[in-house]
Every structure is written in C-alpha cells, then in structure tokens.
Design a protein around this ligand. Sequence first.
Ligand code: GRF
Length: 200
Amino acid sequence: MLKIAVLVSGGGTNLQAIIDAIEKKELTNTQIALVISNKKDAYALTRAAEHGIKSCCISPKDYADRADYDQAMIDAIRGSGAELVVLAGFLVVLSARFVDAFSHRIINIHPSLIPSFCGDGFYGLRVHEAALKRGVKITGATVHFVDSGTDTGPIIMQKAVEVQDGDTPEILQRRVMEQAEWKLLPAVIQAIADGRVLIG
Ligand code: GRF
C-alpha cells in the first residue's frame, strides 16, 4: 500500500481527483495518509474532512524561521508514514532541505506542457494567460518529480489539451484541469504505487 501525503494551498480539485479515484477503486494500492495546507481556509481541507482524511494546517507564518517550518513539515510527513509527497496546487516554494529529505519522492502537477510556461512566476491562471498570449494551439499538464529548481525535475507523464478559439484563461484552465490534471495525477500515483516509475 502506497501511503501519500498531499500538500495543498487552495481549492483542492486535484486532491478531490485523487480521493474520487481511490473511492471508485480506479486508483488502487494507495492511501492518503495526510493532507497538509499552508492556508487554514483552503477548501482542500474541507474536502479532506468530508472524506475522513487526516489533515492539518502548517504555515510558514507560524514559525520563527524557515528551518523550523521545514522541520515541522518533515516531521508531520514522516509521522504520517507517507512514502510519496504529492504537491497538488501547493504554492509554498520548497527549500532544498525539504526536497533533500524526500529526494525523488515528491511529485508536482503543473498546468502546462513543461518546458513551456513554467518556472518562477508561472502558476495558476498566469500559466494559461501566457499560453493564450503566445498563441499555442496545444497546451496540457505535466507531472514531474520535484528537484531543487522550479518545475525542473524529471518529467513523469504529460497530457495534451487543445486550445480553442475564444478561450479565456479561466475556460482554458478548467479544460486543462478536467481533461489533463485530474486524470494525470491519479495515473502517475498508480504507476508509482505499482513500481512502474523508474528514475532515469
Ligand atoms: C491547478 O491549476 C494546478 O495545476 C496548480 O494549482 C491549481 C489549483 O489546483 N498546481 P487545485 O484546484 O487546488 O488542486
């Protein structure tokens, strides 16, 4: 059984996709051991509570310095027994110390086909605004391992999504979520749970 910790900051639609896949038995051999948000009002925490999943809020603002925050996060994740950390709309920039503590065991979902529209400053709607501004006809989502950079770790899986005439950033974001993100994340977690993902 793969135990995962899911880190969230907002609405939690990607968390919900994982919860739904497990409950529908489309995602097997996997258990959400803990959900951690840096925002106490994140609706993702409500989603976890509604499904009886242990959750907590650990915010950098509640710690004297970054090292104390990192240690609190590391302790909470290790204490949950999680072997994989899933960043699902998590907006805190991870420190090298945190990444090293879970080397090659952190994955992130990014709402573009990396290496396009990623890196510092590319998150949420900004990603889709940039894609529309550039005029790409195909965008999508990427799940990758997290390393010390921003959206620079080894790519695990990607899924393409068509850009349509008249798309606004909001319409495109929703299509990328529905057609790519919410399918990719459970699929990658299943592959890791099944031992089908190797680090090249
Ligand atoms: C999504 O666009 C996701 O790609 C990005 O954060 C946004 C919010 O995700 N990582 P969620 O609804 O909180 O899962």
